[in-house]
Structure formats: structure tokens, C-alpha cells
Design a protein around this ligand. Structure first.
Ligand SMILES: [Zn+2]
Length: 62
């Protein structure tokens, strides 16, 4: 049996079709996990940078 190795697309805990979701704190719309948030998904509260800026207060260091 041969096992194909998948390219490092996503971390193993987040597979396609089974992505975690959150609700945007600004527009109240649900959004799914994205690879760019892999490092700080816990801190993500908005669906987009636009929504994040709309808040203004929620500014993480960086
Ligand atoms: Zn939003």
C-alpha cells in the first residue's frame, strides 16, 4: 500500500470540509478558518481586516 503525502496546505487539525468557524464581531456574519489565521485563529474576531479596522478598539500588538 502506498500512502500519498499531501502538500503542506493546512495543519492536520484543520481539514477541508471540517473547518472551524466563528462569527464576525463587527458584521455578525459567520466566517471559516483561513490559512492566514493558522497562527492566531484564537485571536481572530473579525471576518476581514476591514471589519477589524471598523472596530478600531481591537488592536492586537503588531
Ligand atoms: Zn465582518
Amino acid at each position: 500500500m502506498t500512502r500519498r503525502r499531501e502538500p503542506d496546505a493546512e495543519p492536520p487539525r484543520y481539514r477541508k470540509g471540517n473547518l472551524p468557524t466563528k462569527v464576525c464581531a463587527t458584521c455578525a456574519r459567520p466566517f471559516a478558518w483561513r490559512r492566514k489565521w493558522a497562527r492566531d485563529w484564537d485571536a481572530v474576531r473579525h471576518c476581514s481586516e476591514r471589519c477589524r479596522r471598523a472596530r478600531g478598539r481591537d488592536a492586537p500588538s503588531g
